[in-house]
Design a protein around this ligand. Structure first.
Ligand code: COA
Length: 436
């Protein structure tokens, strides 16, 4: 078979989330804001709050551990590990090297991080897919991880749009989860100052309303490029996944594309269409909050884990936007056995395990995270048993990795993932218990 004719995409996918979350109503009341603004104005319900030992490296390692150990993927089958992130912990040393060691990947496996704000995950996925397609990897697969901790200052407009997550993906030529369809690239790059985080800051800064405008301009440009290079209109997609810094942004994006469609709206009005083709992809984002480069892939996992939607064979349009800026519209097709991934990406299980924080506990958690990041001697254990720390000096961040596989579930076969026992009843898991 010609190399260019091979089907390339995501073979397996695993999600890892922080242990705790904050309800946006609790944040609104503490900030003296109407909760409706966060719930309906931004479309957010809860946001994941990382603890001091849950930085972007730990989230990435745990997602990768769940993927590799959970699906019994041989380390020797991986020839590239790419991490898309904008909340890396070191300006020089990539997260990919930590993951490479912890996963026991071979020394002839290339490892590097890809940074471009929230576009980093998609950039890494496209780079990995092109590498697999090229045949240079001699049949090996790529491990791609999108990992981020979205953090803004307390009291800033961005505060209700924080969150964190990591999504690990195995990329190869047996795309059981998602095949990237071989249409011409639809990319838009423009240097803009809409969102930034100088290296001396741990929280991001944004010109929020301008950044929404930049996002919509980039979407319009990518869509025009995609539509003019293919014979596909908006009607051709069963679901549309838009990068979601907050779910209302995805609504605005979809409304913009519907306005561009011939006749103004697609499939009987933008609102109805939104409920049918976009909302099923967002239920998890509503729970997790922003996860920068991982957000789009949280949407993908959410669609696979949706209790009432079987997305088997569905054609997806995915829009990735990274501030600064670079954006891309990608067409893809869900594998024929999508329902088999329900309850298997780790997303729903992670949501059900979470504990709610009080506002005071959220502020304490932030302070602890900051202090650990600042003191130059970060040490974290992956897992929960055994001695937590090993020695560190000279501002090195050290991660003890012997327990990283302990966090994973029983081994599952990639060839025949067992079917879920049945649809999961609650579309939005809820825990009333408050942790302090
Ligand atoms: N009840 C219901 N809705 C309300 C409300 C209330 N009491 N008060 C305000 N709203 C609505 C507003 O009408 C607005 O909706 P609209 O955009 O559909 O008109 C929405 O809530 C947000 O209000 P706004 O005043 O615009 O919020 P803000 O200026 O405080 O902050 C962002 C919004 C997005 C700019 C801010 O969260 C931010 O900076 N985020 C980080 C950057 C970002 O996410 N960029 C996105 C592109 S990547």
């Amino acid at each position: 078979m010609d190399l260019q004719d091979r089907r390339i995409g995501i073979e397996a996918l695993a999600v890892h989330l922080p242990r705790n979350y904050l309800d946006l109503g609790v944040l609104a009341r503490a900030n003296g804001t109407d909760p409706e603004k966060y719930y309906f104005g931004l479309g957010c319900r809860r946001m994941a709050i990382p603890s001091a030992d849950e930085d972007s490296v730990v989230l990435a390692a745990r997602a990768a551990g769940t993927l590799l150990a959970g699906y019994g993927i041989e380390a020797s089958s991986i020839g590239m590990v790419l991490v898309g992130t904008e909340s890396g912990v070191d300006a020089a040393k990539p997260i990919a090297t930590y993951v490479h060691r912890m996963a026991g990947l071979p020394s002839d496996c290339r490892a590097f991080d890809v940074q471009h704000a929230c576009y980093g995950g998609m950039a890494a996925l496209r780079t990995a897919a092109n590498w697999v397609q090229s045949g240079l990897g001699r049949g090996r697969k790529a491990l791609v991880i999108a990992t981020d901790v979205a953090r803004y200052d307390v009291g800033s407009p961005g505060e209700p749009t924080q969150g964190a997550a990591a999504v690990a993906m195995l990329v190869g030529d047996e795309p059981r989860v998602l095949e990237l369809l071989p249409y011409p690239e639809a990319v838009h790059t423009a240097e803009v100052m809409d969102f930034w985080r100088p290296t001396y800051r741990s929280t991001a800064l944004a010109d929020g309303h301008y950044s929404m405008q930049c996002y919509l301009d980039a979407l319009e440009s990518c869509w025009h490029r995609f539509a003019s290079a293919t014979d596909l209109g908006l009607e051709a997609f069963d679901f549309l996944l838009y990068h979601s810094p907050f779910p209302k942004m995805a609504f605005k994006a979809h409304r913009r594309l519907c306005e561009l469609a011939p006749g103004g709206t697609a499939r009987g009005g933008a609102d109805l269409d939104w409920e049918r083709r976009v909302l099923p992809t967002l239920w998890a984002n509503i729970e997790v909050g922003n996860a920068y480069s991982a957000s789009l892939f949280v949407s993908l996992a959410g669609l696979l884990e949706h209790a009432e939607v079987d997305a088997a064979g569905a054609r997806l349009g995915l829009f990735s936007y990274g501030s600064g800026s670079c954006a891309e519209f990608v067409a893809a097709r869900v594998g024929p056995d999508a329902a088999a991934w329900r309850d298997r990406t780790g997303l729903r299980a992670a949501l059900e395990r979470r504990r709610e924080l009080t506002h005071e506990a959220y502020l304490r958690s932030r302070r602890a995270y900051e202090e650990r990041a600042r003191d130059g001697s970060f040490r974290a254990a992956l897992g929960g048993d055994g001695p937590a720390f090993c020695g560190t000096w000279n501002h090195q961040r050290v991660y003890r990795d012997s327990a990283w596989r302990a966090a994973t579930g029983p081994s599952r076969s990639l060839d025949r993932p067992p079917r879920s026992a049945g649809p999961v009843a609650a579309p939005l898991p809820h825990r009333a218990q408050a942790a302090d």
